[in-house]
Design a protein around this ligand. Sequence first.
Ligand code: 5GP
Ligand code: ZN
Length: 114
Amino acid sequence: MSDCLFCKIVNKEIPSEAVYEDEFVYAFHDISPVATIHIIVIPKKHIKSLNDIEENDLLLMGKILSAINKIAKDKKIDSEGYRVVNNCGENGGQTVDHIHFHLLGGRNMMWPPG
Ligand code: 5GP
Ligand code: ZN
């Protein structure tokens, strides 16, 4: 999608601080972190939101979780724990229409979220 912010980040048209990259997945530091560790993990393929994943995206969603697993180990937050967030749609607080997962760590997380 030519007008999608995260597609532009994937294509390096907009700079980002990469954390992880493979053929299918890209991860980078959030520009406005809300925790010591705040990383955005996305599929390189443009998918608008969790509402829009299809049967043939399920392997890709597994690759996202696998990348999160690797990043958490790399950042050494796997044993202390972390939170993974997907904001979907208006009530979910989604502001960028390219599905993404926030990896938050380095502090204790509150529950319920605001
Ligand atoms: P959402 O609110 O859609 O769940 O999350 C979007 C996230 O993308 C926000 O946490 C926001 O700070 C981050 N973000 C928005 N624009 C940029 C950008 O240009 N670069 C980076 N690295 N993060 C961004
Ligand atoms: Zn996109």
